[in-house]
Design a protein around this ligand. Sequence first.
Ligand code: MN
Length: 332
Amino acid sequence: MTAAALGSAALSCATRSPKSSGASPDSELTKPIMQAETTTTRTARPVDRVLATSAEHWVGDGFRVRSVINPQGDPRIQSPFLLLDHAPSRYFEPSTGTHRRGVGEHPHRGFETVTFAYRGEVAHRDSSGGGGLIGAGDVQWMTAAGGIVHEEFHSQQFTEQGGDMEMVQLWVNLPAKHKLDRPGYQALLDKDFPRLQLDAAKARLIAGSLRNETGPARTHTPMTIFDLKFEEAGPTVLELPRGYTTLAFTLEGDVYVGAEQRQVQPGAMAVLGRDSEGALQLQAAKDARVLVLSGQPINEPVAAYGPFVMNTRAEIIQAMEDYQSGKMGHLS
Ligand code: MN
């Protein structure tokens, strides 16, 4: 589906209508046109805006990321999603020293961190006893909730062998009633994600439902998260719930979104109209990759400071005190 195709369909309809003004709605003149229109022009949801990527910055010394949304962003655009950092593929030299690249011990409270490993391998450990390795294709879903302390490093084997590292970290907000729940940890493996062929793209379904499949991640609010890899140049068109935040983030390649085919560069994100009808429409080059996030907004105030995301400033101050007094635990 191209913008030109939509334009010509609209034009043919407009030029016919004056002639059919005197005919009955069932006349043979109007009927074929109506049928042609429904089969060739499926409504595309409009792109509300395209968010540009930031310049790259280091997170610790292990992840050089570009950010496209952050917790200070407008919840009316991005809720329930808080932050998306992408570490584009980057080569790390082998290292035999004892130094581990990554991010040392730090806390979180009030939300979930979701780490997608695309290339390389990360070792994780947290104060609730969760941890392990996530390798290419795996996803780690950590529910910080009431409070957790964790560390995220390149794995020992990756450090020694060197190689390409590509990661995404997504922060997903929790509603007030779950912000102080016990922490949780889900290790989701590449082999556990249902695959769907969506026109030119192959989808891996991580959370929620798409067509007749359901992803393995357990979530606290309704959402659908999947990534797409275009096996050939072409389109994909899929229905996602109206009223949800729908975001399409380009990981790699030439990607165009919506009927107007807005280009969304690698590291940028298309925000689809939340209250509009229509399907998410993507057009991309072969080998392009896109991460799609669709979630029911959490209509609550957001108070965010560093690694804490709560509803009020008082709760942020409480989180700092609880971390400093050791209530979020320690790494053993
Ligand atoms: Mn962290």
